[in-house]
Design a protein around this ligand. Sequence first.
Ligand SMILES: [Zn+2]
Length: 138
Amino acid sequence: MIRFLVFLIAVYLIYYLIKNSIKGRTARNTYQSPPVHKEKKSDVVNTHLKEIAYVYYSAAKDGDTCDVCKALDGRHLLPNHKMLHDIKPPHAGCKSPEGCRCTLVYVTRDEEDSGEIEYLLKRHGGMCDRRTIERGLA
Ligand SMILES: [Zn+2]
C-alpha cells in the first residue's frame, strides 16, 4: 500500500513538473516576443525620419496647373514642420481641369546639397520658397 502511494506521488510530481515546464515555456514565449517586435518596428521608423533632410512641393507646372499649385511649387519644408500636413497634395481647392497633380518630394540626407538646404530651412523657421533656397545656395 505504501509502495502504491509513493508511486502515485511520484507520478503526480512528474506530471506537475511537466505541466509547469510547458506553462513556463508558453508564458515566456508570449511575454518575450511582442516587445522584441515593437523595438524593431520603432527603430525602422526612427531611422527613416532621421534620413529625410527636407521635403519640397512639386507642381506639374504646365498650362493646366492652377495658381495655388503654382504658388506652392518649390516650397521647401523640414520633415517635422506642422505646415507639411496642411499643404499635403492633392489639395481640395485645386482648379486644374486634370485635378491636382502635385506631389511632395522627400529628399534624403545622402543627396547633394541636402545638408545646406536643411541648415537654411532651420534658420528660416523650417519653411522656405524656392527663391530663398536658390539664393541661400548661391
Ligand atoms: Zn495641385
